[in-house]
Each structure stands twice: as C-alpha cells, then as structure tokens.
Design a protein around this ligand. Sequence first.
Ligand code: AGP
Length: 596
Amino acid sequence: MCGLIGCTGVKCAAKILYGGLEDLEYRGYDSAGIAVLEKGKIVAAKRKGRVCALKTAAEELCGTSGIGHTRWATHGRPSDENAHPHTSGRFSVVHNGIIENYSKIKEELEGEGYEFSSQTDSEVVVHLLNKYYRGDLKETVLCAVERLKGAFALCILCEGYEGFVAVKYRNPIIVGYGSGGALYAASDMPALAGLSGSVAVLKDGQIAFASEGKISFCDFYGEPVCLTFSPVPAAARSTRLGGFPHYMIKEINEIPAAVKNTAHAFAEEKCFAALSRAAKKRGGFGEIFMCGCGTAYHSALAASYFAEAELGIPVRAETAGEFRYKKSAVGGGTLFVAVSQSGETADTVEAARAAKAAGAYVVALTNVPYSALTGIADTVVPVRAGTEICVAATKSYCGQIAALALLSATLKGGTAYSRTLADLKEIGAKCSAAISDCGVEDVARACASSSGVYFIGRGIDYPVALEGSLKLKEVSYVPGEGYPAGELKHGTIALIDGGTLAVAVITDRSLGEKTASAVEQIYSRGGRAAVVCAEGCAPSNLAERADFIIEVPACPAYLSPIVSVIPLQLIAYRTAVILGRDPDKPRNLAKSVTVE
Ligand code: AGP
C-alpha cells in the first residue's frame, strides 16, 4: 500500500528515486511523485497514473537529496493533486498508511489558516511539521508524530537540512548505506538491493535522520536508539523479468524453486526444534487456528484439511479480517498460524497480535523475514519463494503449502517430517511438468469469452477452486466464483446458462464421481466444463464428456494443492493476456494491503 523512497548524498536524486519507484510500483500505481532539494529549495513533480507517467518530469529535476512515492489510493481518488509528496512551507512529505485522526487535525489546521490542496489524510502531516517548526528539525518531527494516530511510514524533506528523515509506525521502512556516502530509505528491500550495501529495518516508534553520510536514530520520545545493519538478503536482489513478458509467468515458473527453498529453510532455521519444544512446553496444542487474507487464506484453508486429518485435533482456517474482530476462544492451548506473503497485511498482523494477547502460541509463516509479522510471532516459519513482484500471488502460495505441510508433520512427530521432506523433493519435477505441459490455451479462450466462470472442488480441491477463481478475477476481471462442488445446487446453479464455464478440480479419485455429478448439473443447464485433474483421477465418463481436460501429475493428496493450482494460475494468466490486461498490475489493487 504505497511505496516510499528517500535518498541523499547521490549525484542525481531524481534518477535514483525514479528507479526506486519502478521497483516499488507493485505497492500501488494510482500516482507517483518525487520531491528534491534543488539549491536548498523543494521542487516537486507528481502525476496521476503509473510511475512511467512521471518520467519526463523527473528527468528535469536535479539535486542530491529527495523523496519519492507511488500511491495506492485510500483517501481521495487517484489524481495529480492527491499524489504525494505533499508540501507545506519548508517541508515535503510522502506517507504510507492511514492517519486515522486526520479529520480532527485538518479541522484544527484549517482553523489556523493552513490551506489544503488534496483530499488525502496524509496532507495533515506536512502541515503539522510546518506548524511546529521553530528551527529544530528533530523537535518538529517529534511534535508532529505525537499527534498522529493510525499507521504511518514517512519520508520527510526539509529545506535547510541536506538529507531526509524516515519515520516508522506500523508500516515498513528500511534504511541503508550506499557507496560514496549515499544514504537511502525505502518501503521494501528490492528498492534498496542495487543501492545499499547494508540495511537496517526500523521498528515501530523509531525515526531515522539521514544526512552527510550518516544515519542516526531516535525513538518517538527523542531518546537515541541503535539499529543493527546487515547485508541486503540475496532473495531481494533478483527482481528483474529475465526474458519473461510478465512477472506473473516468471513467478509461476519459479514454483519448483520456491518449494525446494522453503523445505531447505525449514530445516536450516531449525523450525522443527522450535515447534516441537513449544508443543512440549504447552503439553501439546489442543487446536490450531490458521489465518490469512486472499491467497494466504486459501493456503491456510487447504492446510486445515490435511493438518486436521494428520493431527486429529480441530484445525480451523479463517480470514484474518474476520478473526480479529471476533470474540474468539483462542488461548494457551492454541497454536495460531498467521500466513502472509508480505508479513505486512494489516488484518493478518492485527489478528496475530490479538491471538498473542489471548495467550496463543503464534507462528508467522511468511516470505518476508524482516516484516511486521515476524516481530510479533513466537516462531517464524520461513517461506522462501523469493521476492514476489506480481500483485497476484502464485509461487508464494505453493511455498506456503510446503511450509504448512512441514509444520503439520513436525507436530505429528514420528516419521511424518522425514516423509514430508521426501515428498516435497519429488514435487518440484511434478510442478515443472505441470507448468510446461498442461496446455491451458483453449480453456483461457473459453474463460475470456465467458460471462462467468465457476471453480468447483471437494475436500482439499475446494480451497484450490477458491484460489483459481480469485486468480482469474484479479488479473482478467472475468467474473467468477469458487464453490464447494456439493454447494452449487443450493442456489448458485440459478446463474448457470449457456455463457457459463465451470472449472472442476479433481485430485482425489474417491471424490471424482461426486464432483462429476456437479458437472452434469452444469451441463444440464447448458453450461460448459473444463476438468483439471490429477492423472487418472477423473471418472472416465467425465473425461469423455468434458469440453476441456487438463491433467497434472499425481502426487500425495496433502501436497496436491501445490500442483493442481498451476493450471489455474496459467488459465488466469493467459486469460488476462488474451483480454489485453496487465496481469502484474491489476486495476484497483496493490500487493500488500497495509491498511484496514
Ligand atoms: C493474491 O493474489 C492477492 N493479490 C491477495 O489476495 C493477497 O494474497 C492478500 O492480500 C494477502 O497478502 P499477504 O499474503 O501479503 O498477506
């Protein structure tokens, strides 16, 4: 949700900032803007739309310090005026997050004569800085942040201070040292990967002052704090397209590596020992709650099927946004697993916080080791999918299922862990086969011309159906729904007509006949059907009748969501391309939803 970047001590700040905004564009692409200090004065350029809309204006800016922003609109529609940076007096500010008490502050500031030029919540920050400035920058920043409620990562530029200030509260900010005295800040590691040798991740309530080759830190009370700098993680470095036309297809091709690296990391990070110790200390867990949003919720839901069967205790999956506002009965006997690619999703982070406060043992299962979620958790279970740039999650979903399978096996004990590791070793080749051989083009064409696509499945195929539907909707904008195959007849079947396509997922032979009945009901109403099945799992009558049939290699049932999701991801990708959509940056979306 919005990307921030700051730099100082560089030859041409605007050039660096523009490059950084391109790396951060996945966080929002409603508008982009840059402000630099030119001969001590703030000069800004901002444009509605993608970062590339800013290119020409950015090329005209010079100066060695500056800040930049790429926006996902929350308060105020996408427009030039609502684009950041916002400027007041000697200050310019970029913001990621939501200032919850902005209306009250705005009213007060307007009463004092401050004029607002945008509808954003963020603009209050820059006017507050202007209001409190008495010549001491640190005092000014402390006074301003004291007034703010909500979530905010900020980069601030101030005339008279050759550098920038970065502030962190509930939204991420990382600072780094570059070569030749250059200093940087950004919302995420990939934007710093090519610039900084060493980086430090700010914690909530910390402020960084970057100027003249040095970064110093204090907390919101002004007390100095020390941060540890370390090299940029290798995974953050490889974020270029490398010959692929889109990140989505590049990242689908990285699924085998995501699964393999996640399995390695589980062993490397000694998750087995940490989880076994925690279970022993609490006399075993009586129940497991798994929470996430969107795709992460779907991987949690898939895992709830195999974990409950394996462990014989209740395992529930719930969307984090629902969990956090519910009077839930989690407690000391609960293992709470927060699943999140980014580790920054506000609902998931807050759900984990609530579970922890209720006494649950909290596991963060995330692709981003330095995220907010890892700061809350008792244990981190790493997903090593590598940086995921496409807004639609693909390889991270498969990495999450692998990590969840290892977590479940660890709690089971005995030979389950080594069996899961061995099964995961075989999965890479099956994924590669599914990626290269499954032939989705005809189904994608059918999706592109359908009025609606219904994804159905039973058992562990149901969460996969949900994921297939989400993927298609978000990247191609073709309406659709994911449904348990048995539920279709209880209402939704009223929507089926000649323009409808159903995609049935079948990886469990024993449930094949049941799902086939649902497909028959669709045929009877004039709809068409595609069947995505594991080798040999589709009943022969269905295989003969289906308009399209896509087979993927068979694998152990609990790992089937890793393989069966691949054709669905490819169908969504190809449908988007056929319809001329940008699969990497779907409309209205952003990769990490760091606001409620
Ligand atoms: C998936 O394709 C999405 N764009 C979205 O549903 C995403 O999975 C969700 O916002 C959760 O993000 P997280 O995994 O970073 O927490």
